[in-house]
Design a protein around this ligand. Structure first.
Ligand code: AMP
Ligand code: FES
Ligand code: ZN
Ligand code: ZN
Length: 308
């Protein structure tokens, strides 16, 4: 990663070589490049107004929050948002790290305590629903983020997905014939549909790598939670990730190209328009045939099983 060669833009030694862009950069120019990449995505999708930034405490969303706080020339107001999922010490630690950092950079933070707000933690919901914790956690995060953003008048939600996450999701979907994921997986932007209470999403790090996020975190001294969520340890998606080391050596743009290829191919698939209707219980959109969203079904099941 390190080299003694010079930065593309100045005389200083490069500290990083971005293979996919064939670019060597010094510390200052890397930071500028990184923030600019994020800025360009926001400009491309005309993101402005009130932006709710979903921050887990991990390196992706913490670097996203920092970079967004540097963008003074975009007409937007950012608020950090953290969900305390009740995952034992991991959640306690994450909450503290996010709280300290938001204070340090002067960004308003909303904390949503799942146990207090809905009566159950993610481990409890997973146990009651007899489903893998990550699937339950995904349903909860999507619902809570949308509800809080909608009720508080936010124009968009920003999350920290990176190219390593996205390319691995697509790779696994291809290798397991999971066509649903290929068709439905989110791209870098999904627009708001406020008439059905759906707040738009922007994923500004969609084409940035974990390595770039980690470097940005290190160079800016951003505190992050290093541990992985204890509930996601066994998830098979982590095994698929390991193939990229080899593939990226053969072709540094393989991750980006896989994602772009799938997004292009997707355009040719005649997809039935997603029929989103308000959930009969909570009023937020769902495509469920039963008329009750996945989140409300989880809660119902937990109330029955855990008797609350
Ligand atoms: P994950 O679903 O864990 O891959 O996380 C994807 C993105 O969702 C993160 O980059 C954050 O933007 C957001 N996110 C994950 N966990 C939380 C959390 N506990 N609170 C707020 N946002 C979160
Ligand atoms: Fe969601 Fe671990 S953070 S299951
Ligand atoms: Zn330079
Ligand atoms: Zn519902």
């Amino acid at each position: 990663m390190y080299s003694l060669k010079k930065c593309r833009f100045c005389e200083k030694p490069a500290i990083v070589r971005l293979e996919y862009a064939n670019l060597r950069l010094c510390e200052e120019h890397f930071k500028q490049y990184y923030v600019n990449r994020i800025k360009r995505i926001l400009e491309k999708h005309r993101i402005r107004g009130k932006l709710l930034v979903a921050v887990s405490g991990g390196k992706d969303s913490m670097s996203l929050l920092h970079a967004l706080s540097q963008l003074n020339d975009i007409d937007m107001e950012i608020t950090a948002f953290h969900i305390d999922l009740g995952i034992f010490d991991y959640s306690k630690k994450s909450r503290e790290v996010v709280r300290e950092f938001a204070k340090q950079i002067g960004v308003v933070l909303i904390i949503y305590d799942l146990k207090r707000e809905i009566g159950f933690t993610v481990p409890e919901l997973a146990q009651a629903g007899r489903r893998p914790p990550c699937a339950v956690c995904g349903i909860v995060k999507r619902w809570v983020l949308n509800k809080v953003a909608y009720e508080n008048g936010f124009d968009f939600i920003a999350t920290g997905h990176n190219i390593d996450d996205v390319s691995t999701i697509f790779l696994k979907a291809l290798l397991t014939q999971d066509i649903y994921t290929i068709i439905r997986a989110q791209s870098e932007f999904s627009p708001s549909k406020m008439d059905i209470k759906l707040v738009g999403r922007i994923r500004p790090q969609y084409y940035l790598s974990e390595m770039e996020n980690r470097l940005y975190v290190e160079l800016n001294g951003i505190p992050v939670v290093e541990e992985q969520c204890p509930l996601s340890m066994g998830a098979t998606i982590h095994k698929y990730r390991t193939v990229w080391d080899t593939l990226l050596k053969i072709n540094p743009v393989s991750q980006i190209n896989l994602v772009r290829s799938i997004l292009k191919l997707r355009k040719g698939i005649p997809i039935e328009e997603q029929r989103l209707l308000p959930c009969k219980k909570c009023g937020y959109p769902t495509e469920s045939k039963t008329g009750i969203c996945a989140f409300c079904r989880l809660i119902e099941k937990a109330k029955k099983t855990l008797g609350k």
